[in-house]
Design a protein around this ligand. Sequence first.
Ligand code: PHE
Ligand code: NA
Length: 454
Amino acid sequence: MDNRPQWGTRAGFVLAAIGSAVGLGNIWRFPGTAYDNGGGAFFLPYLFALLTAGIPILIMEFTIGHKNRGSAPLSYARVRRGSEWMGWWQVIIAFVISTYYSVIIAWAMSYSVFSFNLSWGKGSTVDFLVSDYLKVSKAGEMGSLVPGVLIPLIITWVVTLAILFAGVKKGIEKANKIMIPALVILFLIIVVRAVTLPGAIDGLNAFFKPNWDMIAKPQVWVAAYGQIFFSLSIAFAIMITYSSYLPKKSDITNNAFITGFANSSVELLAGIGVFAALGFMANQQGVPVDEVVKSGVILAFAVFPEIINQFPALNELFGFLFFFCLVLAGLSSLISIVETFIAGVQEKFQLSRKASVAIGGGLSALISLFFATQGGLNFLDVTDEFINQFGVALAGLFEVVFFAWFVKQLNPLKQHADAISDIRLGAWWKICLSIITPVVLGYMMYGKLKERII
Ligand code: PHE
Ligand code: NA
């Protein structure tokens, strides 16, 4: 036996995996992505990506981590010498994400406080704090640190690193056991409120109205796969790292299904909540819903405050609930992102856990200051876009091709998973990973590259 840390309970692992998956991507990214890519019709590519890539890869990553008992670089190295770099690539993507993801959490934190007296601005979207910051970057300047974000950013990092310091069981597991149930309850309260607002139904109609022409477009499929990869935290080395802490007897396949469906449920719920709220706002302003739809930074930090300002009652409470949910969802994901690279660094350089938390986390915290400046804010959506459309899908493509075709590990992995799981993996699992996912991802990448070059 090595002295690798271990999860205390099955629920602890599943909640941590769900905690990683359910994040800002569910709340602020999914609704707008679905809307832009065909509305109701988007569910087709989305479900296809979930069932043929999301869950199969999740099962694969859980098995890789469990079998090789190492974070991504070490696990890859154990599968085949010389392939460690693939793990490092994923670790680096995770690192980059942590530098801006933390800033969004900090924003959400300061907005939770603003909500006590609705001090995030008044009137129409253009008057909001965030719009001022975005204006600066348009002029191409860096601007200064966004006021009010430094302290929450420090708090975000202190909390995250403190949890990671405490270790896998006493830190990560314990934190998720509190944060995830709390998140689900609070989020449900907001969604129920949103769908009972006047005009909510118009928002839902706009969200679910299918635009079938869209599904013939490659970029819609890119968006669906990108959303699934980002949202399920796969191809980032995270799920490999988390599952490397599983005890010997663990029902891998079942856990993957639970994580996948839990994440998509929150995504659907968020879509409903966000669009119900947008419908309400359109109704208040007497304009069509299509005119008020936004996503990303603007949705969360300009449109939402505006909506909450117009709530018929308890504005402060709902404002707080919304932004506090963003904080909970974000923190539980950030913990997993940082765990990935500190675990990689720790194993590589034989450091103590605390030392690698301090070094890796410290470095990311430092870089995150860039995204906390006025100019950095503008880079945030762009970086997010780039990471998702290229970094992740490419890493995912490499990963499946590597395991299915290069080292031909799908059979041994299947045996490993089947021996400890309730559900046995059928032929579908291998077909998805060896054929469907590589073909779709390869075609997508080809289409994307062509688009850029021509
Ligand atoms: N899955 C998280 C979300 O939906 C984000 C995330 C991305 C977490 C990458 C870990 C790694 O927001
Ligand atoms: Na997610």
